[in-house]
Design a protein around this ligand. Structure first.
Ligand SMILES: Cc1cc2nc3c(=O)[nH]c(=O)nc-3n(C[C@H](O)[C@H](O)[C@H](O)COP(=O)(O)OP(=O)(O)OC[C@H]3O[C@@H](n4cnc5c(N)ncnc54)[C@H](O)[C@@H]3O)c2cc1C
Length: 484
């Protein structure tokens, strides 16, 4: 078991820039024509520089362009378009509000916990709306379905039921979202073996890479003179031009030093999730990278295709094996392609130094072997011969020390620079599809001076209180050691 000192050094390590040679994600195996889009040379000055081309960067860019009549926007991406977590995830559109509710209510009170639950559920509806608005249902293979949360032990199932009972008591309008079912129904209705019980909730599955690249493409067509995307352009440092005497300040005070030279901007928006600590060292420990492993597996004809009606999450108590030093992190997630029947299956069983890492250029072979051996067993199958591995890859998530996203303006105390023009939306704690779209939208509206506090949970902000009490290194260490 890693000591607190070891955990501390893992979570405070510099995540570095995105690795230039990531493992190949199945979602990106046919690259979008814009995968390597960029201008001949970088523009010299832009109103908004957005770093990161995942779903969060997309949402910020879209909202700025739609809500400002003239603003110029550049999206800078270290690798190819949408090559971070959004292009490497599990494709699950599901909220974790139900299982988190009890904890959130204890820490933040029932009103804020309810606001967070409603925000994530609304975000999922908006994701589905975005797919429809951009005519991407077919291409992104979106399915509206039920997610079956499966609890592998009685204690996990009991905790979940208590959390849902409290959610429904505190917020009667949310009654009926979750349907609790017993272990027998999980087996007979859905073919899942060994469950103590389960719960169904409205959810979806999607091919996120195809959605995000399609929307970026439409935005480039709609705003050709105001939007440009610069892929294969790593932002190496951000500086604030302090040469100007106060009160005179440049209109474009920020200098982004990139692998292709400098670019100036009036504001800088960080949508770099697990990599946040590289450009913003004060966030190391507060946000940590967490490496996830995904597989695509073909069960052949051994099982019916349930991809149009259900996706799955398997919850179990975290495990630790002193012989291999590997942790089981408590969750597997599974979706099935309605077209091919392929299973998209992810979850972690790795050493902590492999998991708290921003290196997606490799995957430990034991992580893949583990996912291969676990999945058939959930369906009561042991015969691996007919069950084929199609693809496997890794990707980098961003986790915060208090388990909630960070959305807002970065103060000079956090950037270490003068200026009020740096902003962030990051740390979606493995639930980006339930958070990123509306966090990006809220951030862009905040940048444009609009109020969003009636719908953006205040617990996502970067208040001094949060920075002192829960977004801290000791909390990050506690979160990791308590989970394991
Ligand atoms: C294996 C895995 C499975 C997951 N499964 C799910 C799931 O099923 N459902 C769900 O809701 N969520 C899931 N997630 C989480 C979800 O994918 C993320 O929360 C979400 O995609 C984050 O989006 P983002 O735009 O903030 O970050 P990203 O998509 O990671 O985008 C950040 C981008 O910034 C770029 N970048 C970083 N630093 C720099 C720099 N210095 N210069 C230029 N560019 C830079 C990166 O290359 C990257 O493309 C999963 C994540 C992983 C890794």
């Amino acid at each position: 078991m890693a000591s607190d000192k070891e955990i501390e050094s893992l979570v405070t390590a510099d995540p570095g820039l995105p690795r230039p040679n990531p493992t190949q994600s199945y979602w990106q195996h046919i690259p979008h024509p814009l995968a390597n889009v960029r201008s001949e040379s970088l523009p010299s000055e832009r109103d908004y520089a957005i770093i990161g081309s995942g779903i969060t960067g997309l949402s910020v860019a879209k909202t700025l362009l739609e809500n400002h009549p003239t603003a110029t926007v550049t999206v800078l991406e270290a690798r190819t378009l949408c090559s971070g977590a959004t292009g490497r995830n599990g494709g699950q559109m599901a909220a974790n509000a139900g299982e988190e509710y009890m904890h959130l209510a204890e820490v933040h009170g029932p009103e804020m916990a309810g606001k967070i639950a409603k925000f994530t559920l609304r975000n999922l509806e908006k994701m589905q709306g975005l797919v429809e608005e951009y005519d991407a249902v077919e291409t992104s293979e979106m399915q509206r379905l039920k997610k079956l949360r499966v609890f592998m032990t009685e204690s996990k199932f009991e905790d979940f039921k208590k959390s849902i009972a409290r959610l429904e008591k505190d917020h009667p309008s949310m009654k009926g979202i979750y349907t609790i079912i017993d272990g027998d129904t999980v087996l007979k209705g859905y073919g899942i073996h060994g469950a103590a019980g389960g719960a169904l909730l409205p959810a979806g599955t999607v091919w996120p890479y195809r959605l995000v690249t399609k929307v970026f493409s439409a935005l480039l067509e709609k705003y050709p003179s105001r939007l440009n995307i610069e892929t294969n352009t790593a932002v190496e440092t951000v500086e604030h031009d302090e040469k100007m005497p106060t009160p005179i300040t440049s209109v474009f005070p920020y200098i982004l030093r990139t692998s292709r030279g400098p670019m100036r901007a009036a504001s800088v928006v960080y949508c770099v999730n697990g990599y946040s600590g590289h450009l913003l060292p004060s966030l190391r420990g507060r946000i940590r990278p967490f490496k996830g492993t995904m597989t695509v597996q073909d069960p052949g004809t051994s099982l019916p295709n349930q991809g149009k009606s259900v996706s799955w999450g398997f919850h179990y108590p975290p495990t630790y094996d002193p012989d291999t030093l590997r942790h089981g992190y408590g969750l597997y997630y599974l979706g099935q392609s309605a077209k091919t029947g392929y299973f998209y299956f992810g979850g972690e069983n790795t050493r902590m130094d492999e998991a708290v890492s921003a290196d997606d250029s490799f995957i430990a072979s034991h992580s893949v072997a583990h996912l291969r051996s676990v999945l058939p067993r959930f369906f009561g199958k042991e015969n691996l011969a007919s069950w084929k591995l199609i693809s496997s890859w890794s990707g980098i998530m961003g986790f915060s020390s208090d388990g909630l996203p960070l959305v807002g303006r970065l103060s000079p105390a956090l950037t270490g620079r003068l200026g009020e023009g740096e902003w962030i939306a990051a740390a979606f704690n493995g639930y980006g599809m339930a958070n990123c779209l509306m966090c990006g939208e809220a951030l862009a509206l905040m940048i444009l001076g609009q109020k969003v506090d009636d719908w953006l949970p205040g617990a996502y902000d970067l208040s001094d209180h949060r920075l002192r009490s829960s977004l801290t290194l000791p909390e990050a260490v506690k979160a990791l050691s308590a989970k394991l």
